[in-house]
Design a protein around this ligand. Structure first.
Ligand code: ZN
Length: 350
C-alpha cells in the first residue's frame, strides 16, 4: 500500500513538473508571440493540449496498472491473511474479514463481507468447518471465483477426527500450517504466473522461519515436566498443539464454540485438576472467559491452588502492536504463556 502511494506521488510529481515546464514553454511562446504572431499561435494550443492530455493519460495508466498488478485477496481469519501477506508481499492486497477477538465458528458474513468476497481475485478460507456459518457462501462463490481452503492439501491421516468432522485448528501445529503455506504459494502462482518465482521464493524463506519456530516450540514445551503437560482451555482448539508437542489437552467446550457443555464436564475437569495438581488453566482471546473463570473459582473454593495462566490466542490473532498480530508472534505468545503457566510462573514473561 505504502508503495502504491509513493508511486502515485511520483507520478503526480512528474505531472506537476510537466505542467511547470508547460507554463515555462507557454511563457516563452508568449514573449516571442509579439515577434512572430502568425507563426506561433497555431502551434501553441495543440502543443499545450497534447502535453496535458499525455500527462493525464500517463498518470491514469500508471495508477490503473498499479491497481491491476496487485492480486486482490480476501481471507477469513487473520492467520490466513498473515500467511498470504508473507508470500504475496507487495504483489497482493489482502483483506481479512475476521478481526481481533472474533470467533470464526459463530461468524456470519455481513453484506460488506459479501462485497469484499465478490471483489476478490482469490478467496482463502481455513475449511474443515472452522467457518461453519459461511460454507454455503464459499460453495456458491466457487462457481465463479477462485475459492481455496488452505487446509485442503493436508492428508487426512494428519487430521484429528472429532465426532463426524475433522478438528479445524491446524495452525497450532506449525508443521501442519507449513502445508497451508505451500497451498497458498501454489494458488498465488497459478493465479498470477508471471510472479510465480517471487511467490515460491517468499514461500521458501517463510518456510525456513516456520521450521525454526517449530523447533523452538518443541524445545520450550520440553521444559515443562511430562506429568505437568496438561492444557485446559475454554474450547478444544489445542488438539493439534497437544498432539504435536506432547500435551494432554482438555477444553470446556468441544471443538466448536457453538456446542454446549454441562456441569458434569466441569466436575470432571475439577477432579482432574485436583488429582494431577494442575496449577493453571487458560482463557482464550476469542471465547468468553466466564466459564474458565468460574472453574478457577470452583477449584479455589475447595482450598486448591489454581490460577488463570493467561490469555491464549486461539482462533484469532492479537491486536496491532500486541506482538501477537502475526502468526509467528501469536505462536510464541501462546507457547510462553503455556510454559510459564504450567511451570507455576504465570505472567513471568513479557
Ligand atoms: Zn475454535
Amino acid at each position: 500500500m505504502v508503495k502504491i502511494l509513493l508511486m502515485a506521488r511520483m507520478l503526480l510529481g512528474t505531472l506537476s513538473q510537466r505542467i511547470k515546464n508547460l507554463v515555462k514553454t507557454n511563457f516563452i511562446i508568449k514573449t516571442t508571440k509579439s515577434v512572430n504572431k502568425s507563426l506561433e499561435k497555431p502551434m501553441k494550443i495543440p502543443l499545450l493540449k497534447t502535453l496535458l492530455l499525455s500527462s493525464i493519460a500517463a498518470l491514469l495508466l500508471g495508477l490503473s496498472s498499479l491497481a491491476q498488478a496487485q492480486l486482490k485477496v480476501t481471507t477469513t481469519t487473520g492467520m490466513i491473511a498473515d500467511l498470504v501477506e508473507n508470500i504475496g508481499q507487495d504483489k497482493v492486497s489482502v483483506q481479512a474479514l475476521m478481526g481481533v477477538g472474533v470467533d470464526p465458528h459463530l461468524y456470519k458474513a455481513t453484506q460488506g463481507d459479501i462485497r469484499k468476497l465478490a471483489r476478490a481475485d482469490i478467496i482463502f478460507y481455513n475449511g474443515l468447518h472452522l467457518e461453519g456459518k459461511m460454507q454455503n457462501i464459499f460453495d456458491k462463490m466457487a462457481r465463479k471465483q477462485t475459492v481455496i481452503a488452505v487446509t485442503e492439501a493436508i492428508p487426512e491421516d494428519k487430521l484429528i477426527r472429532y465426532d463426524q468432522l475433522h478438528d479445524p485448528h491446524v495452525w497450532f501445529d506449525v508443521a501442519l500450517w507449513q502445508q497451508a503455506v505451500d497451498k497458498v504459494a501454489n494458488s498465488l502462482a497459478n493465479k498470477d504466473p508471471k510472479n510465480a518465482d517471487f511467490y515460491r521464493q517468499n514461500s521458501a524463506n517463510y518456510q525456513q522461519k516456520l521450521t525454526q519456530l517449530n523447533k523452538w516450540v518443541q524445545q520450550e514445551m520440553a521444559k515443562v515436566p511430562a506429568d505437568k503437560r496438561v492444557l485446559i482451555t475454554a474450547h478444544d482448539a489445542f488438539g493439534y498443539f497437544g498432539k504435536a508437542y506432547g500435551l494432554e489437552v482438555m477444553g470446556l467446550q468441544g471443538i466448536s464454540t457453538a456446542g454446549e457443555f454441562g456441569l458434569q464436564d466441569i466436575k470432571q475437569l475439577k477432579d482432574i485438576i485436583v488429582q494431577r495438581g494442575i496449577e493453571a488453566v487458560f482463557v482464550e482471546s476469542s471465547v468468553s472467559p466466564k466459564f474458565i473463570e468460574s472453574l478457577v473459582k470452583g477449584v479455589q473454593a475447595e482450598g486448591r491452588n489454581l490460577v488463570v495462566g493467561g490469555e491464549l490466542y486461539s482462533d484469532a490473532m492479537g491486536a496491532k502492536g500486541s506482538g501477537a498480530d502475526n502468526y509467528i508472534g501469536m505462536v510464541k505468545h501462546n507457547v510462553k504463556t503455556i510454559r510459564d503457566g504450567l511451570l507455576g510462573k504465570a505472567g513471568s514473561h513479557e
